[in-house]
Design a protein around this ligand. Sequence first.
Ligand SMILES: Cc1cc2nc3c(=O)[nH]c(=O)nc-3n(C[C@H](O)[C@H](O)[C@H](O)COP(=O)(O)OP(=O)(O)OC[C@H]3O[C@@H](n4cnc5c(N)ncnc54)[C@H](O)[C@@H]3O)c2cc1C
Length: 379
Amino acid sequence: MIDFSLTEEQKALVETARRFTKERIIPVAAECDREGRFPMEVFKEAWDVGLLNPTCPEAYGGAGLGELENTLITEELGYGCTGIQTSLLVNTLPLTPIKLAGTEEQKKKYLGMLTSEPITASYATSEPDAGSDVAGLKTRFRKVGDDYVLNGQKAWITNATYARFFVIFATVDPALKHKGIGAFIVDKDTPGLRVGKKEDKLGQRASDTAQVFLDDVVVPKANLLAPEGQGFKLAMETFNQTRPDIAASAAGLMRRCIDECVAYAKERKTFGTAIANHQLIQWMIAEMGIRCEATRLLYMKAAYNLDNGVRDPIISSYAKAYGADSAMTTAVDAVQIFGGNGYVKEYPVEKLMRDAKVLQIYEGTSQIQRLVIAKQMLA
Ligand SMILES: Cc1cc2nc3c(=O)[nH]c(=O)nc-3n(C[C@H](O)[C@H](O)[C@H](O)COP(=O)(O)OP(=O)(O)OC[C@H]3O[C@@H](n4cnc5c(N)ncnc54)[C@H](O)[C@@H]3O)c2cc1C
């Protein structure tokens, strides 16, 4: 039996997230974008109302919600600003591998940290020379006595400037590729760990992105998350569980494009009539609706699978690839519908177009999603 209706609890959650977006995110989104400012006050308020770390289990102080609830929240916050939404919800990235592979002590300590105060954490696979090619990462670890010592450099790390801890992937030997990779939880204050300059980005400028340098960083045995040979698998499973969130973010961004375009098309007149009456404008708006709803169905199916133990990672990649590409196309069309007004910062759609682009890049580019999908189809 298929049922797309939400439970009363899920509807209430969506309502809370929608109200928060309207009252707290939309009013500051343009300013955070302009100034490239991390929305710390919004982050704290979202923590207060219980919108952060939704998938953290109850045993560690979280709400213990499923991936479906997580994606529903993501779509709502993404409607307001995908940059702010990323800042608020990217904790899911470091939280997921700890949930999947952490010891009881690690879960108590680090998931407990996320739920006992409004803090951020980061997840780091990418490096200056290894983004798509995760197995090609070069940050090294070696065992010294009971500890591990990490050396290397991470790039593009979301929330790194503010992170209290990092989940860091490293290898015993780059020549071993995926067989050499392990993962560690590293506290921000560990000597030798330094966060580099913040990137000045095209879009999602309210989210923080920075490099992380590791210079003889000593990590105690207790913080080993995945031993040599297990880290790559853990990174891939994490992406399987978090890629539906990108699709949900894309759906939020598309829904915003639709609302802005519908309102504008009814107001703006050319040739003596509202542009909403021109069929070529109607076509673009209709296509936006199709793409948004198809993305929503895909992220819901991916979330359903994850919540019900159905292992089918191809759906997460379908959702991520289709959602991200659809968001980009939709945002470009939104600028087109606004004409010259679409090209200036007085109107909201140029930001939507800048924000959409990175959905096709992070957590596996659109090209990498096709590789992952084709590999499974041709297996
Ligand atoms: C704003 C932002 C936030 C990010 N946050 C994080 C984070 O928190 N943690 C983290 O670890 N990383 C993060 N990343 C990194 C992100 O995951 C990588 O940028 C992404 O995986 C692409 O890697 P790359 O930049 O090295 O591009 P490359 O891997 O160099 O790719 C360049 C181009 O080549 C294409 N390409 C690569 N290989 C193939 C292939 N085999 N076949 C066809 N095409 C191919 C790619 O699709 C892309 O178009 C973030 C990036 C950005 C921009």
